[in-house]
Ligand binder design. Structure first.
Ligand code: SAH
Length: 243
């Protein structure tokens, strides 16, 4: 058996297909080039601790595309990735779903400049970046309740995250929280918050990340009622007293 340590577009394509995610040649090339760009830029700025090809493929790409099914994206015109960091899950999702317009939100401008640059290089015309804090952006009429979907991974515990994400989702849209192995406890601790913010937990998908022993959970929260105007609260309040 040969163990491949390098990534190439063909390998990305076949590994994703094995995990149930179909991409074409161009998309596989874009994923390959994004991987190369992250690794190159990681030398001069702190983007990710995951640099080995195999691990990158699984923990960034398969993880970002966890639960991905074209049917779940058919009516999603506007999506926002909250706390996108080095572009996860936002960049893989924007490559796989080119008909959705993506806004990549982060509080750190430096990472966004990298993402803007790489989006131009990869001709990802459906990607825009937004510099700001979710708890402030969520009060701006331009953004509040404007998105069909908000995604987020590794940003905050669910009660806090729900307060930042749900105000941005339009009624009828959904919030996808990408979580690790302790999702059940997080869900219990967030049930009240989700309800107060106008959300309903509609699906919890749990599976092992292919090729690893790691459990992942995708929590899908539908926006079923408008979020009361008081939310999101200022950062210190949300952190000190999560809903
Ligand atoms: N989603 C990425 C990055 C996780 S690190 C991944 O899974 O790899 C968390 C990121 O969230 C950081 O880049 C940080 O700047 C951003 N962040 C944290 N709180 C935020 C907030 N309230 N509003 C916007 N971005 C936030």
């Amino acid at each position: 058996m040969t163990i491949e340590t390098e990534l190439c577009a063909a390998r990305i394509r076949s590994e994703l297909a094995a995990a149930g995610v179909e991409v074409d040649d161009r998309q596989a090339q874009q994923l390959q080039r994004f991987y190369e760009a992250v690794i190159a830029r990681n030398q001069v700025m702190n983007l990710t601790a995951i640099t080995a090809a195999d691990e990158f493929l699984r923990k960034h790409y398969l993880d970002s595309l966890f639960g991905d099914d074209p049917e779940r994206w058919s009516d999603i015109h506007f999506a926002l990735d909250l706390g996108t960091g080095a572009g996860f899950p936002g960049i893989p999702l924007s490559i796989v779903h080119p008909d959705t317009r993506w806004t990549l939100l982060d509080a750190t401008a430096k990472k966004l400049r990298f993402l803007e640059e790489i989006a131009a290089t990869l001709e990802l015309k459906n990607v825009n970046v937004l510099h700001g804090r979710a708890e402030e952006v969520g009060h701006a009429t331009q953004w509040r309740e404007r998105f069909d979907r908000v995604t987020s991974r590794a940003v905050a515990a669910l009660p806090v995250l729900a307060e930042w994400a749900l105000p941005l989702v339009r009624v009828g849209g959904s919030f996808w929280a990408f979580k690790g192995p302790k999702a059940e406890a997080e869900i219990r601790s967030a049930e009240r918050a989700v309800g107060l913010l106008g959300g309903t937990i509609v699906s919890v998908d749990t599976a092992t990340l292919p090729g690893t022993q790691e459990r992942r959970t995708l929590i899908i929260i539908e926006k079923t009622a408008p979020t009361p105007k008081a939310y999101p609260r200022p950062y210190a309040k949300t952190k000190k007293r999560p809903l």
